[in-house]
Design a binder for this molecule. Structure first.
Ligand SMILES: [Zn+2]
Length: 106
């Protein structure tokens, strides 16, 4: 799978983040990537989810898998790391990702 392009752009509509499943709101800056495999695929992610995927080295963990990073693996890794910092809290994946980003990004 090759990356044709990957860059931060302003959302022209409301989208769903392909990592956390949360909403990317119109006007928000997010990362849009285009991949080519046996077709062309679009991948949209919050900038903070993109940051987390690298910060938590998620791509190292999926290198042995064929399909790359998906929302299921993202959820597993975010949930585990989130529990280390906030063992008592129960949030949606999307909220956990944002809170973890705030914590790790400082
Ligand atoms: Zn997200």
């Amino acid at each position: 799978m090759d990356t044709l392009k990957s860059k931060e752009v302003e959302a022209r509509n409301n989208y769903k983040c392909d990592l956390c499943g949360g909403e990317i709101k119109q006007g928000e800056i997010y990362r849009h990537s285009t991949f080519v495999d046996d077709g062309i695929y679009s991948f949209r992610e919050h900038s903070h989810c993109h940051y987390l995927s690298h910060k938590l080295k998620m791509y190292d963990k999926v290198n042995m898998c064929e399909q790359g990073l998906d929302s299921e693996l993202f959820e597993v890794i975010v949930t585990e790391d989130f529990k280390d910092f906030f063992p008592e809290e129960k949030l949606s994946v999307s909220d956990m990702a944002f809170k973890l980003y705030k914590k790790l990004g400082e």
